[in-house]
Design a protein around this ligand. Structure first.
Ligand code: UD1
Length: 442
């Protein structure tokens, strides 16, 4: 069963002829990282839950399919709205082929523990940014009274006494995933939970707002301490997800690279400040109008330095796109990756297009400006794929991007949106080829 995508496993390629400026307006979709937390959270809701602004991407489609296999009624209402009724859900072994292909399925552990007092899912799969441990997720759930086992490729968990019990937890590392998973587990626990040293990303606030609108009692999301008073059950309701900070940032980076002027509709400018600040340093102009942002670039680009950090710092999920734009800037730029050990794999692909980048551990030294040249390249992960698209838009000649299945995990209608902004980009379908399993990242 596919919920709203016609195909979720394709071997398509993108073919881009570079050299056109971007002009026009683009509607930003709902936040992927909020959706992949809120859909599992809906498992805890007894009643009908209407979710608006769900991005139509393969990650959300797969999570909805997983809930459907667990007995949820899932209806796609059109225009990015989904109705979910998880009143009669049950544990199921029929989900593991799907949970293996999506890393965020580990959020089901927190929500199953809340809903059933027990949980079973697959260990999160492949990892392209280096080691991606889940020790902090486990530490939090053990503190809440879960017995955890991670043997044989599965995570299993059981709440002692059938229900988790609130407690105080200090996360050793600021982790988006651990913050979300522990928050989910504590929502239906008995008593009060305090989680300290939590991540503050906008999608954490969005998850808390969603859960609160369904009857949870969560305070402090967006600060570094979250306090949760456990409730006995969650009720149905309607909720609209926030717009995607990274999708918006990607279009801002794209127009900064190509030159031109675009308006992004349906954004929260506050979430984009860290990105706007860097693009402005590089020579773009960014103007805010309520829930719209205008980005214009008419001047030559200037070099800058950037370091990725947890929110409100510069997001690691924008690092590949910005590094690509910095190839076009005059002078030497230094990029430091502050979150992941190995997030420069895409550099080899960019070098095929003429980029001059030296990587030493977590630092990349970028020399510009270069005129990128079209070449056959691959998307090594979601945001790396977006970076390849940006490179293709400014390259001389034709660029072909393979493995776009990664890109389709996280960007709704990327090609269509770029075409409407004037880009010369098309999808070349490779029909009827079996698609390899995709290790999930991001
Ligand atoms: C989420 C995002 C991803 C983004 C990342 C950092 C989703 C679905 N994905 O990933 O796109 O790149 O935040 O903004 O929201 N760590 C531990 N132990 C743990 C958990 C994490 O040591 O138990 C470490 C990681 O190795 C990493 C750092 O903490 O170095 C941050 O990871 P985390 O914030 O958890 O990233 P994800 O939630 O996996």
């Amino acid at each position: 069963m596919v919920i709203f995508l016609k195909r979720t496993d394709t071997l398509d390629k993108y073919v881009i002829r570079g050299g056109r400026q971007l002009h026009g307006e683009v509607d930003i979709s709902g936040a992927k990282n909020a959706a992949v937390a809120i859909i599992p959270a809906a498992l805890m809701v007894k009643g009908v839950c209407r979710l608006e602004n769900i991005p139509e991407i393969s990650d959300t489609d797969k999570l909805l399919q997983i809930l459907s296999r667990m007995g949820a009624r899932v209806s796609y209402l059109g225009k990015n709205a989904v109705e979910l009724d998880c009143t009669s859900v049950h544990m199921s072994d029929d989900i593991y082929d799907m949970t293996r292909t999506i890393r965020a399925s580990y959020y089901l552990i927190g929500s199953m523990l809340g809903r059933f007092g027990e949980a079973k899912s697959t260990m999160p799969g492949g990892c392209n940014f280096g080691v991606r441990p889940i020790d902090q997720h486990i530490k939090g759930m053990v503190a809440l009274g879960a017995e955890m086992d991670t043997g044989g490729g599965f995570i299993t968990a059981k709440a002692k006494g059938g229900r988790l019990r609130g407690c105080k937890i200090f996360l050793d590392k600021v982790s988006v995933g651990a913050t979300i998973n522990v928050m989910l587990a504590a929502t239906l626990a008995e008593g009060r939970t305090v989680i300290e040293n939590v991540a503050r990303e906008p999608h954490i606030v969005d998850l808390a707002n969603f859960l609160n609108s369904m009857g949870a009692d969560i305070r402090g999301a967006g600060t570094d301490v979250i306090k949760i008073r456990g409730v006995d059950s969650l009720h149905g309701g309607a909720y609209t997800l926030i717009p995607d900070q990274i999708e918006a940032g990607t279009y801002m980076a794209a127009v900064t690279a190509t030159g031109g002027e675009i308006i992004l509709n349906n954004v929260i400018p506050k979430h984009l400040e860290c990105i706007s600040a860097k693009l402005t340093e590089m020579g773009a102009e960014v103007e805010e109008y309520g829930d719209r942002v205008l980005v214009r670039r008419t001047q030559p680009l200037r070099h800058t330095n950037l370091k990725t950090r947890p929110y409100p710092g510069f997001p690691t999920d924008m690092q590949p796109q910005l590094s690509t734009v910095l190839c076009l800037a005059d002078g030497v730029s230094v990029v430091t990756e502050g979150i992941w050990d190995n997030r420069y794999k895409y550099v080899n692909e960019l070098r095929k297009m003429g980029a001059e980048i030296q990587v030493d551990g977590k630092t990349a030294i970028i020399e510009g400006p270069v005129q990128l040249r079209g070449a056959p390249v691959a998307a090594c992960d979601l945001r790396a794929g977006a970076a390849m698209l940006i490179a293709g838009l400014v390259a001389e000649g034709e660029t072909t991007i393979e493995d776009v299945i990664y890109i389709e995990r996280g960007y709704q209608d990327f090609v269509g949106k770029l075409q409407r902004l004037g880009a010369d980009v098309r999808v070349v379908s490779v029909p009827d080829e079996p698609c390899p399993a995709v290790p999930d990242v991001g």
